[in-house]
Ligand binder design. Structure first.
Ligand SMILES: Nc1ncnc2c1ncn2[C@@H]1O[C@H](COP(=O)(O)OP(=O)(O)O)[C@@H](O)[C@H]1O
Ligand SMILES: [Mg+2]
Length: 299
C-alpha cells in the first residue's frame, strides 16, 4: 500500500452563507513536499487551511491529514501552524510564550528550555528572549509565531502568509527556515499571495482563484507554459502556422505549452528554410503565470 498523503482533500466545498469560499477542491500533498498554495486575497486559501486543521468544517467533501481524519488528536499532535492573523498572550515574554506552547505540544521538560532557546535564536530573536510580546513589532510577532509553529517538532507545518509583516531580510530568513524544514523531510504547506516567496522555496504549487484550483503542478512545468520571442528571417510567420502569432518590435511572440513545443516550432522554421537568429522565453516568473491565470482563467 502506498503511504498516505500528508494532506488530502477530495471534493471539498465550503460555504459561508451565500459566499462560496471553496468550490469542489481536490488536492494532495505528499510527505516531505514543500507545497505552495497561491492565490489572490479572498481566493479561499485560509479557509482551506482552517479546514485542514479542523478549525472550521467543510460543507461537503473529505479531508485527511497525515493519514488521519481531520481534527483527531493524533493528527493535531504532529502539525505546526502559523495562523495568518493571531494574538498572543502579549504580557508574556517571548521565552515564556514558547515555553507555554512547548508544554501544550507536550515537549518533555528536560528538552524544553534548550528547544525554546534554539528556536528563538533560529528566528532571529536571540536578543529579545526576555522581552514582553507587547513590545514587539508585527514582524517580530511573526517570527515568534514561526517559532511557536515549530516548537513541537511537527511532521507537517502549515504557514498562512508567514512573511506578510516582514521586511526583505525577514522574508529571506523565513525562506531559509522553510528550505531547512524541507531538507529535513518535514512537509510544508505554505499559503501565500507572494509569488516570489513560493517560487523560491516550493517543489510544487497550486493556484486558487475564487475558490477553485486553476493550475497545479511542478513549478518548472507551470513556468514552461509561457511565451517565446523569436527573431527570424522572412517567412517565419507562415512557417509557424500558429493561430496567435503577434509581432512586437519586429520579433514574433507565440504562446507555447512546454519546451517540446518550442523545439517543434523552431524545427518548422528551419525546415521551411527560414533563418532563426534568436529564440528566448519571456515572462518566466510565477508572477506572469499568476496574472495570466487570474485574467484569462487558463494557464
Ligand atoms: N468566517 C467567515 N465568514 C464569512 N465569510 C468568510 C469567512 N472566512 C472567509 N470568508 C470569505 O471566504 C472567502 C475566502 O476567504 P479566505 O479563505 O480568507 O481567502 P484567502 O485566505 O485566500 O485570502 C472570502 O470571500 C471571504 O470573505
Ligand atoms: Mg488568507
Amino acid at each position: 500500500m502506498s503511504r498516505p498523503a500528508a494532506i488530502s482533500l477530495s471534493g471539498v466545498t465550503k460555504r459561508y452563507g451565500d459566499t462560496l469560499a471553496v468550490d469542489d477542491v481536490s488536492l494532495s500533498v505528499a510527505h516531505g513536499e514543500v507545497f505552495g498554495f497561491l492565490g489572490p486575497n479572498g481566493a479561499g486559501k485560509s479557509t482551506i487551511v482552517k479546514m485542514v486543521l479542523g478549525l472550521t468544517y467543510p460543507t461537503a467533501g473529505e479531508i485527511e491529514v497525515l493519514g488521519q481524519p481531520v481534527g483527531s488528536l493524533a493528527a493535531r499532535a504532529e502539525v505546526g501552524y502559523l495562523p495568518e492573523t493571531f494574538r498572543f498572550h502579549d504580557w508574556l515574554t517571548a521565552s515564556e510564550l514558547l515555553h507555554f506552547h512547548a508544554r501544550l505540544a507536550r515537549v518533555s521538560a528536560d528538552v524544553r528550555s534548550q528547544r525554546v532557546r534554539e528556536l528563538l535564536e533560529l528566528v532571529g530573536l536571540k536578543d529579545r528572549v526576555n522581552d514582553r510580546i507587547s513590545t514587539f513589532s508585527k514582524g517580530m510577532m511573526q517570527r515568534v509565531g514561526l517559532a511557536q509553529a515549530l516548537v513541537g517538532e511537527p511532521r507537517l507545518v502549515i504557514l498562512d502568509e508567514p512573511t506578510s509583516a516582514l521586511d526583505p531580510i525577514g522574508r529571506r530568513d523565513v525562506r531559509d527556515r522553510i528550505r531547512e524544514l524541507g531538507e529535513r523531510g518535514v512537509t510544508v504547506f505554505l499559503n501565500s499571495h507572494l509569488l516570489s516567496e513560493v517560487e523560491q522555496v516550493c517543489d510544487r504549487v497550486a493556484i486558487i482563484d475564487h475558490g477553485s484550483i486553476v493550475a497545479e503542478g511542478n513549478l518548472d512545468e507551470l513556468l514552461s507554459a509561457q511565451e517565446i520571442e523569436i527573431r527570424a528571417g522572412d517567412g517565419a510567420e507562415a512557417a509557424l502556422d500558429q493561430a496567435e502569432v503577434r509581432r512586437i518590435n519586429g520579433r514574433l511572440r507565440v504562446r507555447v505549452a512546454n519546451d517540446a513545443e518550442t523545439a517543434h516550432l523552431v524545427s518548422r522554421m528551419v525546415d521551411a528554410g527560414v533563418p532563426v537568429y534568436d529564440v528566448r522565453q519571456v515572462g518566466d516568473s510565477l508572477e506572469d503565470l499568476f496574472v495570466r491565470v487570474a485574467e484569462r482563467g487558463d494557464v
